[in-house]
Every structure is written in C-alpha cells, then in structure tokens.
Design a binder for this molecule. Structure first.
Ligand code: IMP
Length: 195
C-alpha cells in the first residue's frame, strides 16, 4: 500500500519519516504529495485542527483517489485560553516563526503560569474512503526566551515535561519519541500494523 502524506512542510515529513523508519512497516510506502503531482498548499478553512485535518485529507483523497493521511497541529497555551490553537501557523499575521514566537512571548511577558501543550491530529483515509483519526499530545511549558537551533516553528520556546531543554535543543530522535507528532504517528503505525 502506498500512503500519501498530505503536507508540504518538509519538517513534518522529516519527523514522520523518522518515526516510520524505526517502525519497519513492511508493505507500506509513505510518499509526499509531489509523488501525485500536487505542489500547492492544501485548504485549511476551519476553526478546529480536527476539521482542518479532515479537510486536507479529503481534498487529496477526492482529487487523486489515493490512500492518504494529513496532520494538523496546534499549540495551546493555558494563560492565553488555549491560543494560538487553530491559529498557530499564522498567529502574528504571518508564517514567520520569529514573529509568531515574539507575539507569544510578548503576550506572556508577565505570566507565571506557563503551561502549554502541542496537539496533533492525524486523519487517515484509505482507498475505499474509510476515515480514521489519531491524536498525540505533548505537555510542556513556554520558556521566557528562545533557546536552540533545531526543529521548527515554536520549538525554541517549548520545553517538554521531563526535560530541561527546548524542542529546538533536543535531537530529532528524542523529539520524535515524545512529541505530539511522534505520538500521533505511533498510533497511526499501530493501526496500520493491524490492517
Ligand atoms: P499546521 O499543522 O501546518 O497548521 O501548522 C501549525 C503551525 O504549528 C506550524 O506552522 C508551526 O508554526 C507550528 N508547529 C507545528 N508543529 C510544530 C512542532 O512540532 N514544533 C513547533 N511548532 C510546530
């Protein structure tokens, strides 16, 4: 079975591939959207990450008739009432990670409660149209200042529970083991093993 990963984000592809490589999924090949000739962004028009993940997977499935999975992620900060949430990618009005981080740190400059979580939803659609949803959550805190050069997005300000390093300071193999995306991908893998 070939599964198309419904994303144009190279960081997400690298992280999911890191988990898949270790899983030894015989008979299942994961390819990117370029394999079906799709190079533009997929639609994300909803107000929840679940609806956006469903929209992206359905778009690809309906257009190309392929088995595929999509992924949508939000950062939920408690003192900001769960924001940026579904607005994580464009929180500052742009996609620029430095601007998005600056907005979060500005809004939180007096906050002592710094708990937050990343939430990932993966939606799998098989050739016949059957849909399955997998969720992964990683709890942590928002740092006062960015640290680290690795990862992407908000990684320099997110410190996962149990570590005193940010995601941007941890090697990808460690991030993959404990992250929202890693956990959701592990559930996808468990499901694929039994199908
Ligand atoms: P989307 O899932 O493509 O809508 O992405 C949401 C946004 O969340 C991305 O543009 C990143 O800014 C951020 N993001 C998603 N996953 C991660 C992660 O693992 N670390 C840090 N930021 C992330």
């Amino acid at each position: 079975m070939t599964l198309v990963f419904a994303t144009n984000n190279p960081h997400k592809v690298a992280e999911v591939n890191d988990v898949l490589r270790g899983a030894n999924l015989e008979g299942i090949e994961v390819v990117t959207m370029t394999a079906v000739g799709h190079t533009t962004d997929l639609p994300e028009t909803h107000e929840t990450i679940l609806e956006n993940a469903i929209e992206k997977a359905e778009y690809l499935h309906n257009k190309y008739g392929v088995a595929c999975f999509s992924e949508d992620t939000g950062l939920e900060i408690d003192v900001l009432n769960g924001e940026p949430g579904v607005h994580t990618a464009h929180y500052s009005g742009s996609r620029n990670p430095a601007d998005n981080i600056a907005k979060v740190l500005n809004l939180m400059h007096e906050a002592t409660l710094r708990t937050a979580r990343f939430r990932t939803i993966i939606v799998l659609i098989l050739r016949g149209g059957e849909q399955y949803v997998f969720e992964g959550i990683c709890e942590g805190v928002i740092r006062l200042e960015p640290a680290g050069e690795g990862g992407f997005g908000y990684d320099p300000i997110f410190e996962p529970v149990g570590y005193n390093l940010t995601f941007a300071e941890l090697p990808m193999s460690v991030k993959s083991n404990i992250s929202h995306r890693g956990r959701a991908t592990a559930k996808l893998i468990d499901f694929l093993r039994t199908t």
